[in-house]
Write a protein that binds this ligand. Structure first.
Ligand SMILES: Cc1cc2nc3c(=O)[nH]c(=O)nc-3n(C[C@H](O)[C@H](O)[C@H](O)COP(=O)(O)OP(=O)(O)OC[C@H]3O[C@@H](n4cnc5c(N)ncnc54)[C@H](O)[C@@H]3O)c2cc1C
Length: 460
C-alpha cells in the first residue's frame, strides 16, 4: 500500500480531525504552551475517544513513524509535540464526572486541571494537583503532581485509583492495584512511557474553602525568612502547605502600587484545616517577621488554584531547571541570595515546594517517584514574552542551578525538567529505574512512546 493510501485510510477511520501542514488549523494546532518550542509534525490527530487513540497508535506503529502525545501541552521541554511524525492530541477527550457518594472523580485524558477544580468544587471536593489550572491532567499526573495539597493529601499519583490506557500494541486496558499492577505502579511517576491514558479515576478530598494566599517580605530579609521557613515547614501539621518563592511583584491590582515591579521573597500558603482555627494557626507565622504584604485569608479552592493563571498565559518563552533537596542549608541560602535577587524578568521566579507530610509517608519504591525522603522540590523558572531574551533566561537559570546543584539530593522532579538526557532521568528514578525499564520492555518493547522523559526498554 502506498503511503498516500495508508494516510487516506487512517484519516477515514478517525472520528476526529486529522490536521496536516496544508490545513489552516495547522499553525495553531502545532503550538504548545512554551513558545521556545517550535516543532512541525507531519500530522496532528484530534482524537475524540479511545477508538481514535487506538487507530492512531496502530497507524504510527505500522507505518514506523514518530509519535508524540499531547495532553494539556504544558510540558516546558515540549514533550507534547514532535518534528515530523504524528501528534495524538487528546484535547477533545475532556470531561470530569464526579461520584460524590464514592468520593471519586473520573477525568478524560485530555482534560485540564481547571476543569477538575470547577467540577469537583460544586460537591465540596478537590483532587490534589498543581498550582496553575491550565496545566494538563495527563502529563502532570503521570509525572507525579505536586501543589497546594501535597502535604495534606500527597502527590496527585497518590490519589490515582485507576487509569484506562491504550498500549503500544493497540490494546486497551485498565490499570489499578488489582489489574495490570506492574503497569499501575509504572504510570504513577513514569510519565507517558507506557501507554496513552484516555481516562483517570481519582480519589477526591473534602475541601471547599482554603485559608490561603501569598505573604511577601523584602528580598534582603530572605535569609531570615528561609531559615525560619525550613524549620517551620519541617514540623508543620499536614493542614498547612506553603511554598517559598522569589518573585517580581506584578505591576497591577490587587498589588499596592508601591510594591509594583519590586523584587521580593514570599511564601504562598494554603491551610486546609478547620476554618475556625485558621487565625490562631497563622499567629506564629505572622508573628515571626511582619510581612510587607499579607494576602492570606479565606478563598474558594478553585480561586487559589487559578490565582496565578493570568500571570502565565500560553505563548511565553520558558526555560527551567530543577532539583530535589534534603534540606535548605545555610550554604544553599547563601547561593540563593546571589541569584534570587537577579531575577532576569518580571515573570521569572524560583519556587521551593515542600514534599514532606502525606507525600513523604508513601514508600520510596511504592511508586517510581523515588525522592519521598527529600524535603523540597525546587524549580528555577525563567520566563518572558520576548524570544530575544532566550539567552539571558537560559544563562540565569543555568548559573543559578549550577550554584545550587552541589547542595541538592541528586535528581529532579521529572515534570520540571527540560530535555536533559538519560543520566538525569536515571538520577531522578534512582533505584526504581531498572524496574521501570523492565516494565517498559513488557508493554512497549520497541519504544513507540519515546517523546517523553524516556525510559529505555530493558528486559534484564
Ligand atoms: C505554568 C506551569 C505550571 C506548572 N505547575 C506545576 C505544579 O504546580 N505542579 C506540578 O506537578 N507540575 C507543574 N507543572 C509541570 C507540569 O506537570 C508538566 O509540564 C506536565 O508535563 C504538563 O502536562 P500536560 O499534559 O499539560 O503536558 P503535555 O506537554 O501535553 O505532555 C507532557 C508529557 O506527558 C505525556 N502525556 C500527556 N497526557 C498524556 C496522557 N493522557 N497519556 C499519556 N501520556 C500523556 C506527553 O506525551 C508528554 O510526554 C507546571 C507546568 C507549567 C508550564
Amino acid at each position: 500500500m502506498s503511503k498516500e493510501t495508508a494516510v487516506a485510510e487512517f484519516k477515514a477511520k478517525l472520528r476526529g480531525e486529522l490536521i496536516t501542514p496544508n490545513d489552516a488549523a495547522y499553525e495553531t494546532a502545532r503550538q504548545v504552551y512554551n513558545a521556545m518550542i517550535d516543532r512541525r509534525p507531519a500530522m496532528i490527530a484530534k482524537c475524540t475517544d479511545a477508538a481514535d487513540v487506538i487507530t492512531c497508535v496502530n497507524f504510527a506503529r505500522d507505518q514506523k513513524i514518530r509519535l508524540a502525545v499531547r495532553g494539556g501541552g504544558h510540558n516546558a521541554a515540549g514533550l507534547g509535540v514532535c518534528d515530523g511524525g504524528l501528534v495524538i492530541d487528546l484535547s477533545l477527550i475532556r470531561y470530569t464526572h464526579v461520584d460524590a457518594e464514592a468520593g471519586t472523580v473520573r477525568v478524560g485524558g485530555g482534560s485540564l486541571w481547571g476543569d477538575v477544580d470547577h467540577a469537583t468544587h460544586a460537591f465540596d471536593l478537590a483532587v490534589p494537583t498543581g498550582i496553575i489550572s491550565t496545566t494538563g491532567v495527563g502529563g502532570l499526573t503521570l509525572g507525579g503532581g505536586l501543589g497546594h495539597l501535597t502535604r495534606k493529601c500527597g502527590l496527585t499519583i497518590d490519589n490515582l485509583i485507576s487509569a484506562d490506557l491504550v498500549l503500544a500494541d493497540g490494546s486497551f486496558v485498565t490499570a489499578s492495584e488489582w489489574r495490570h499492577e506492574d503497569l499501575f505502579w509504572a504510570i504513577r511517576g513514569g510519565g507517558g512511557n507506557f501507554g496513552i491514558v484516555t481516562s483517570f479515576l481519582f480519589k477526591a478530598h473534602r475541601i471547599h474553602t482554603d485559608y490561603a494566599g501569598p505573604m511577601l517580605w523584602e528580598i534582603d530579609q530572605a535569609p531570615e525568612v528561609m531559615r525560619w521557613y525550613r524549620q517551620f515547614i519541617a514540623d508543620a501539621p499536614d493542614d498547612i502547605n506553603g511554598f517559598f518563592l522569589f518573585l517580581v511583584v506584578p505591576p497591577g491590582p490587587p498589588f499596592p502600587e508601591h510594591l509594583h515591579n519590586k523584587k521580593m521573597c514570599g511564601i504562598v500558603w494554603c491551610y486546609t484545616g478547620p476554618m475556625d482555627k485558621a487565625e490562631e494557626t497563622f499567629k506564629p507565622i505572622r508573628g515571626f517577621l511582619k510581612p510587607a504584604l499579607d494576602f492570606v485569608g479565606p478563598i474558594p479552592h478553585p480561586a487559589l488554584q487559578s490565582m496565578f493563571d493570568g500571570l502565565y498565559p500560553a505563548g511565553l518563552q520558558w526555560y527551567w531547571k530543577a532539583d530535589f533537596f534534603n534540606e535548605l542549608s545555610d550554604e544553599a541560602i547563601e547561593q540563593h541570595m546571589k541569584y534570587g535577587p537577579q531575577l532576569p524578568t518580571f515573570q521569572s521566579s524560583m519556587h521551593l515546594y515542600p514534599i514532606n507530610g502525606a507525600a513523604a509517608r508513601v514508600g520510596k519504591d511504592d511508586t517510581p517517584w523515588g525522592y519521598r525522603d527529600a524535603m523540597f522540590a525546587q524549580v528555577i523558572v525563567a520566563v518572558d514574552p520576548d524570544p530575544g531574551k532566550k539567552d539571558q533566561l537560559v544563562s540565569w537559570a543555568r548559573s543559578y542551578w549550577e550554584a545550587l546543584h552541589p547542595h541538592s539530593a541528586g535528581g529532579a522532579y521529572i515534570n520540571f525538567m527540560m530535555d536533559e538526557g538519560e543520566e538525569r532521568v536515571k538520577a531522578t528514578y534512582r533505584g526504581n529505574y531498572a524496574r521501570l525499564a523492565r516494565i517498559k520492555a513488557k508493554y512497549d518493547p520497541d519504544n513507540l512512546f519515546s517523546v517523553n522523559q524516556n525510559i529505555r526498554p530493558e528486559s534484564t
